[in-house]
Design a protein around this ligand. Sequence first.
Ligand SMILES: Nc1ncnc2c1ncn2[C@@H]1O[C@H](COP(=O)(O)OP(=O)(O)OP(=O)(O)O)[C@@H](O)[C@H]1O
Ligand SMILES: [Mg+2]
Length: 249
Amino acid sequence: MISLQNVTKRYGAFKAIQSISLNIKPGEIHGIIGSSGAGKSTLLRMMNLLEKPDDGDVIINNKKINHLKGKEIRNIRQSLGMIFQGFHLVGNKTVFDNVAVSLEIAKIAKKNRTERVMESLRFVGLEAYKDKYPRQLSGGQKQRVAIARAIVNNPSVLLCDEPTSSLDPTTTMEILEVLKQINQQLNVTIIIVSHEMEVIRSLSERVTVMEDGQIYEVVEIEPTGVNKSKKGAATFVEQLKSGGDSNPS
Ligand SMILES: Nc1ncnc2c1ncn2[C@@H]1O[C@H](COP(=O)(O)OP(=O)(O)OP(=O)(O)O)[C@@H](O)[C@H]1O
Ligand SMILES: [Mg+2]
């Protein structure tokens, strides 16, 4: 699966990620939580080399990938789907064509694309929307299209960066349900970044709590308990361990 070994990322003199090591287990839903600027997105983006580490190794299925270039990286990315807070759909393409883009990039023959696109759209419940444009969809529907695009190449991993942070609570729960189904029915390992405790708690089996570019603690989720009120990463850890559901302030 994915393994980060002593990865460091600098922006100029600033260390956004400081020598982090983390092993993702096959099949798990792994949460990453922490305050704004903690390095969550940077860490996630190193897993598919959208960010290259300055030091350390990114290892996928026992193979170091951080020294790979262009075409080889693009090939590996096909097994690593990704979704974002802002959906990143193409405005002048239909729902169908937005999903088909992934197959085009993977050089899947045109005649084989339709069935796979429709299968993905069916999975996220948007078959009937195939000819609509992104502007005609709600936020939740846009994220479903982005999810369909991310799973159409049958990835083994889905990387999610704040996938519900611009959605209302009801739509958030619906999207989390879709992610659970992807994990359980399609056997996709999920790594989800969020600053929302409820999102992380409801989905994850293990959670990496980050602070200042480092891992504060990796927590195994246990059900139920009470909430405490401390500040910072300690609060995240306590809430994860106790089952509390309010955000730290
Ligand atoms: N391209 C960049 N150039 C310079 N600094 C950057 C760049 N990307 C991130 N940083 C800095 O690295 C640190 C970590 O950023 P990152 O986006 O990973 O945080 P985050 O935990 O995802 O925060 P948020 O919850 O706000 O999304 C921040 O201090 C950020 O300002
Ligand atoms: Mg972020």
